[in-house]
Design a binder for this molecule. Structure first.
Ligand SMILES: Nc1nc2c(ncn2[C@@H]2O[C@H](COP(=O)(O)OP(=O)(O)OP(=O)(O)O)[C@@H](O)[C@H]2O)c(=O)[nH]1
Length: 330
């Protein structure tokens, strides 16, 4: 008994052709004839794409199959390149110019091959339609870009919301909640590292009168103006807050009571009375302020704020337009 021979048998042409015709990729062979090319083989998929039968395409010159000179030049240029390179080339091409209504993308592999007689030169090619994959990639890329934009917008919105949650909407100063959180944090750090934290409460004098005489909107403009001048006069580590209606509370970490006093007196030299110019109206605003410091006048937020409030009260009851330092009861 003879055993079957190992290795591929030489197959009949109709078997090979049959196999090529069940492929969805375009398979084709061209022969170079001088400066031109002749299609010597194409499979069913390629013929379908050209809307012809394989028998009607095979044997025809490329310039007959593709009469448009620009299109011909584009296709033949690829074949020239692969023959010049002498090895397999792979590239992406489109069917632009072939079909009026739809441009498809192909991934094409071309290989130069000598004929059996040694003289003739052939190009074997396989083209795969990658349009759907590329469209999916493009859609994914666009979806990613949209997501990234949305993410950036959401982050910005989140940042704005966080900012709004700690700011007073009229003056844009920090609000009471943020101030209390910051003061709690600062007092415990100051305790660990032994430095003073001085508070100043500043209140606009006779603000009710101003509102009553000139209206709430003028009052609002004064509040905004005072806020801006207060911020401009403080260090970047100070926390300036709108404590209530026309009352401001400022935390000055690391400043002793005496240093804070010097600072506020200097601020008052420039800003009290504060001239506020509004259309048809010239105002002179005065302030009363109270100062207290931790740990000297208290170590908790409540204690030090109460001490500051009491110092302010003294400034008010003592005739306004002045600064008072907290004095501990004897
Ligand atoms: N325009 C404006 N007025 C406000 C705002 N919040 C509070 N007020 C007003 O601020 C005024 C505060 O009045 P008072 O507490 O009597 O203080 P004052 O008139 O400055 O008196 P002294 O502090 O004793 O000098 C009230 O009339 C409030 O209506 C605000 O956001 N805008």
């Amino acid at each position: 008994m003879t055993s079957p021979q190992n290795g591929p048998e030489s197959l009949d042409r109709h078997l090979l052709t049959g196999m090529m015709d069940i492929m969805t990729d375009h398979v084709f062979i061209l022969r170079r004839e001088g400066p031109r090319y002749r299609l010597v083989y194409c499979n069913q998929a390629m013929a379908n794409f050209m809307r012809q039968r394989p028998a009607d395409l095979c044997g025809r010159r490329l310039d007959e199959i593709v009469p448009d000179p620009k299109l011909y030049q584009r296709i033949a240029g690829n074949y020239d390149r692969v023959l010049e390179a002498g090895h397999i080339l792979r590239f992406e091409e489109t069917t632009e110019g072939f079909e009026a209504n739809q441009v498809r993308i192909f991934d094409t592999c071309l290989s130069p091959m000598p004929g059996t007689d040694g003289d003739a030169l052939y190009i074997c090619g396989i083209s795969r339609d990658t349009t759907a994959r590329r469209e999916a990639e493009l859609a994914l890329q666009q979806a990613n870009e949209t997501l990234e934009t949305q993410l950036a917008e959401n982050q910005e919105l989140h940042r704005q919301l966080e900012e709004e949650a700690i700011r007073d909407p009229l003056t844009n100063l920090f609000n009471r909640r943020y101030f209390l959180e910051s003061l709690t944090r600062e007092l415990s750090r100051a305790h660990r590292e032994t430095y003073p934290v001085t508070l100043m409460m500043l209140d606009i004098d006779h603000f009710k009168e101003l509102n009553d005489s000139h209206g709430h909107s003028v009052g609002d403009q004064v509040l905004v103006e005072v806020s801006q001048r207060l911020c401009a006069g403080m260090r970047k580590e100070d926390v300036v807050c709108r404590w209530g209606g026309e009352e401001f509370l400022i935390m000055m970490p690391g400043l002793s009571l005496a240093d804070a006093h010097v600072r506020i007196m200097s601020w008052r030299r420039d800003h009290s009375p504060m001239a506020v110019q509004l259309p048809g109206l010239s105002l002179a605003i005065s302030f009363s302020s109270g100062l207290a410091t931790a740990p000297h006048h208290g170590t908790t937020t409540d204690d030090v704020i109460n001490a500051t409030d009491k110092a302010l009260y003294e400034a008010k009851t003592n005739g306004r337009n002045q600064v008072r330092l907290y004095r501990q009861p004897a």
